[in-house]
Ligand binder design. Structure first.
Ligand SMILES: Cc1cc2nc3c(=O)[nH]c(=O)nc-3n(C[C@H](O)[C@H](O)[C@H](O)COP(=O)(O)OP(=O)(O)OC[C@H]3O[C@@H](n4cnc5c(N)ncnc54)[C@H](O)[C@@H]3O)c2cc1C
Length: 384
């Protein structure tokens, strides 16, 4: 058992830190922190991410990706600003899903631009009436000759308003048991009738969460992904990778809050001494540090299991639920250490809290993660 990074992993992490400071932060500094980044800025950032190999880390090199270990991907991923972590994950899973479900011809058409970071991708599955339960989807695809017609409404699409490529999950019929059968189709928003608008949310403000309304959106049938690739397996694999990654974003946010709290506690004096010298403040700091370290350990472990080809469904669910909640609580404690200052925009902790709060929902809510873990423990599904 090893608890330290290897020399190579340390280099990956250091290089990612430098990449953010040198190539990404200067671009971000030109825009307000409370607004979605314009497409032009995204067009500068994505090739930088491509150069790090994280536009397609989960697909092997010989199949057109950059073939990274999940743990190595995570070391780069957790250095990014939180909203950008969520953005690149939305892109990268879209790449992996298209790759898994596409014919060689479709891969050739859709994936090289995404690999190079010239095209941005997103997956549109959630709908107003279907979130945790994808069986309730209602967006429909009907085929008329060479054209597939998509009708429906999708919500919460990461990268939705800046995406060149959307993998849209649709109903295309029913099976012998009367259940909806699902297929994905690649939609290029510039080429069909889809109305996209951004959704205002509490955090991750520089990112792009969008709603898309498809009204008789005509797409070539050649865009339907149905090569018989193992799509269901790929969905689970991508979720099991995403969950610990999301947990690591929470840990990074909490770490920033913790560092601010340690510094403030050392300089702020009350009752005749720095508040760092009061026992209850030390307890808050100790709780925060414990939350961060424990979160990282669980998340790295879930990713390492995946790299070893081991089943990690419970570990990934556990890691995300623990990390997002423990880190949200840690940020809240850091705000409390700052007293009234902790609530100000100037100090910035409230933004960390808002960003962290966003992370409790994507790639499964706390309740769904609990049920996934419960199913792994008992062998009994308690979803319905
Ligand atoms: C930042 C962010 C990024 C996202 N990115 C994408 C994306 O790129 N593509 C995409 O398709 N979607 C995306 N989503 C949507 C996300 O996947 C859904 O919001 C999530 O699955 C929950 O669905 P819902 O919001 O409809 O909540 P619901 O499913 O309606 O859940 C409401 C509440 O009921 C609980 N609940 C549901 N079922 C059960 C049950 N069986 N037992 C107990 N409690 C239950 C839930 O835990 C929750 O507390 C994103 C969301 C966010 C916040």
């Amino acid at each position: 058992m090893e608890f330290a990074f290897t020399e190579e992993q340390q280099l990956i992490q250091d290089s990612a830190k430098r990449m953010v400071e040198r190539d990404i932060q200067p671009i971000l500094d030109a825009y307000p922190v409370g607004e979605s980044l314009p497409r032009a800025a995204m067009a500068k950032i994505y090739p930088v991410l491509a150069a790090q190999g994280i536009t397609a880390p989960r697909v092997p090199v010989e199949q057109g990706g950059s073939g990274m270990k999940m743990l190595d991907y995570a070391l780069i991923y957790e250095q990014l600003p939180a909203w950008l972590s969520v953005s690149i994950m939305g892109h990268d899973v879209t790449f992996a899903r298209i790759h898994a479900e596409a014919t060689p011809e479709q891969r050739e058409r859709f994936l090289p631009g995404m690999l190079a970071g010239e095209k941005i991708g997103g997956t549109a599955t959630s709908e107003p009436a279907a979130g945790s339960d994808p069986r309730g989807l209602s967006t429909r695809m009907t085929v008329e000759g060479d054209t597939a017609v998509v009708n429906g409404r999708k919500l919460w699409i990461t990268n939705g308003s800046v995406a060149d490529i959307l993998a849209v999950t649709c109903i295309d019929g029913v099976d012998e048991k009367g259940r909806n059968t699902l297929k994905r189709i690649v939609v290029e928003p510039s080429e069909c009738n889809v109305e996209i608008r951004e959704i205002e949310t509490t955090g991750l403000k520089q990112g792009h969460l969008a709603e898309a309304v498809f009204e008789d959106c005509e797409v070539p049938v050649a865009n339907i992904l149905s090569s018989g690739g193992d799509a269901a397996r790929m969905l689970t694999i991508t979720w099991n990778g995403n969950r610990p990654l999301v947990g690591l974003v929470a840990a990074r946010l909490a770490e920033r809050a913790f560092e601010a709290a340690v510094e403030y506690a050392g300089i702020r004096e009350q009752h005749g001494k720095p508040i760092a010298g009061h026992q209850l403040i030390q307890q808050s700091l100790a709780d925060m540090q414990t939350a961060i370290v424990a979160s990282r350990m669980l998340c790295y472990r879930a990713l390492d299991l995946m790299d070893q080809g081991a089943r990690n469904n419970a570990d990934a669910a556990m890691a995300k639920r623990f990390a997002t909640n423990a880190c949200l609580e840690a940020i809240s404690k850091a705000m409390a250490v700052h007293g009234g200052m902790g609530l100000t925009e100037e100090v910035g902790l409230e933004q960390l809290w808002r960003d962290a709060r966003m992370l409790t929902v994507p790639d499964a809510t706390d309740e769904i993660l609990t049920l996934i873990q419960g199913r792994e423990i008992t062998g009994i599904a308690a979803f319905r």
